[in-house]
Write a protein that binds this ligand. Sequence first.
Ligand code: NAD
Length: 254
Amino acid sequence: MDFSGKVAVVTGGANGIGRAVALGFARGGAKVVVVDRDAEAGAALAAEIGRGRAIFCAADVTRAADVQGYVQAALDAFGAIDCFHNNAGIEGRIAPTAEYDEAVFDAVMAVNVKGVFLGLRHVLPVMIRQGRGAVVNTASIAGLVGTAGMPAYVASKHAVIGLTKVAAGEVGPLGIRVNAVCPGPIATRMVQDIARQVSPNNPESVEERYAAAIPLRRYGTPEEVANVVLFLCSDLASNVTGAQYVVDGGRTSA
Ligand code: NAD
């Protein structure tokens, strides 16, 4: 996909799905702004993409000042924001609702809901001024169905889909598209940590059990999610907005 002349901002861009998206944008010729609280991995990725083609901006997406900071850094470096992958997220703890820790609930909602809201709050005005732009929020299949033991994560990802629908309706008339991607289990740190929480002594057995419930019988790769995010940001998706694109190997169809 051709992103030459475009500027892309990716939150949670230092690792996992966001990293694959940042590399995909760079391959397509976009200038890339990698946003993350992991400064070491973020700076390394920007260096890998290359000077003049990418910058790293350290930010905690839960803090409005940091969000305004990455928006300004993108404008200062490259003059526009055409594509925005609003992706940073955390999984929280695995525990039933009746036992769930309140502080962990707040932390998950802060990153996954407030972080996505703040991204929209500060990037959409730029896109409205430009009269163009495409946003992809990372939800999850946990935004579509419930999963026992993940009350905060499931609630947060349902909220991301709600934010996506509202923003799509608001900015659609201005030519700006807002969609959500809903990955199933994807081979990143996040699913490894979930498996370790469920079975500290035998996380491999958890991953085998999860994979067996997927029609394609395997976890997806970050690149497979990135392909859909890049499509949704591209002109090929010019009539797609307010949508939820599932990338789950068939998990929610089974
Ligand atoms: P990951 O942990 O590999 O990457 C997440 C990135 O977000 C990390 O680089 C981390 O430093 C960054 N981050 C976390 N909190 C942040 C904050 N407050 N401010 C700035 N950066 C922050 O995980 P991933 O699997 O690549 O997850 C990316 C997104 O995909 C998340 O929203 C996650 O919920 C979603 N998702 C993942 C899966 C999966 O199976 N891996 C499935 C569905 C949805």
